[in-house]
Design a protein around this ligand. Structure first.
Ligand code: PDD
Length: 287
């Protein structure tokens, strides 16, 4: 089925959607993005994604081309037009397309940002079989830039990381800097020891995950302890359980790190419970 997508105020078939070769997203990765999941035809944590988008734009001195209310309307319209029950909405805003390549930012008065949104249909997104078996990760050095808190489209290294994992027969990679895990290639990373959930504290080193914020809140409400601090791969291998979070995987158990089983090597009870709580609560609050 041909998708209906959104480009700069217009809904049109994906085959007719076009962006300039001078677009700074294309030439310089000068663009930010968000991925919002859809479950049961409703948006999960739209507000959190909209607030983080605003922050990303501010941090890069990019104009805000679309209000939060309009953005919600576009998300809903794309869900409707593409008949999405479960899936994702991808949104990207670039600094626009000046008529040439230049390192200097274009004048925002004459060059307007490029706004693109499209849907990804994923029936049964919340019932992923991987949630029952868990995933395997490898560790790789984190060589990304220093502003990982801004959700930019500079995804070459994360993409290479996924390929390294695939080559090693695994599902994903956890990145390590100065001996400590930063995050997964497209998700936040956690370990569990006893009743305690341990995850790196927020800083410019990691993306401030919207799912992370919700999961930590639900964990505390469920009387689990939360400790935001650095951890090593060795500590993770020695943990009782491990998991990742993101808008597309929700809470996904990790059962193996660099070939070593985590805990029993099977999906553990706390990660399973957190996934259930997260999905229940988020679906209840979806809009
Ligand atoms: N990735 N860390 C990184 C590096 C990410 O790319 C993501 C999200 C997260 C989790 O953030 P959130 O919970 O807000 O989705 C953490 C999205 C899903 C992606 O690139 O497809």
């Amino acid at each position: 089925m041909t998708r209906t997508v959104y480009v700069n105020g217009t809904y049109l078939p994906e085959t007719e959607a076009k962006v300039s070769i001078f677009d700074r997203g294309f030439l310089m990765a000068d663009a930010v993005y968000e991925v919002t999941s859809v479950l049961g035809g409703k948006l999960i944590d739209f507000d959190g994604h909209a607030v983080r988008l605003e922050r990303s734009l501010n941090e890069l001195d990019m104009p805000h081309p679309i209000s939060k209310e309009e953005l919600l309307e576009v998300h809903r319209e794309l869900v409707r037009l593409n008949d999405i029950t479960d899936g994702m909405i991808y949104l990207q805003i670039s600094r626009g397309a000046p008529n040439d390549r230049d390192f200097v930012f274009p004048d925002p008065e004459t060059t307007k940002p490029t706004v693109v949104l499209f849907t990804q249909n994923k029936p049964g997104l919340a019932n992923s079989p991987a949630a029952k078996t868990g995933i395997k990760v490898i560790s790789i050095e984190d060589v990304r830039w220093g502003r990982r808190d801004i959700k930019t489209v500079q995804l070459l290294y994360p993409s290479m990381g996924k390929m390294m994992a695939k080559k090693a027969g695994c599902d994903d990679a956890w990145m390590v800097e100065d001996g400590f895990v930063t995050e997964g290639t497209s998700n936040n990373a956690y370990i569990i020891k006893g009743n305690k959930i341990i995850t790196r504290a927020l800083s410019n080193d990691i993306l401030h995950g919207i799912t992370r914020a919700a999961v930590l809140r639900f964990a505390q409400e469920a009387q689990m302890e939360v400790e935001e601090r650095n951890f090593t791969i060795a500590e993770a291998q020695d943990a009782d359980e491990a998991f990742i979070t993101s808008a597309s995987t929700f809470v996904m158990p990790v059962v193996e790190i660099d070939g070593a089983a985590v805990g029993t090597g099977a999906v553990g009870p706390l990660a399973t419970r957190l996934r259930e709580i997260y999905l229940d609560e988020s679906i209840k609050a979806a809009i």
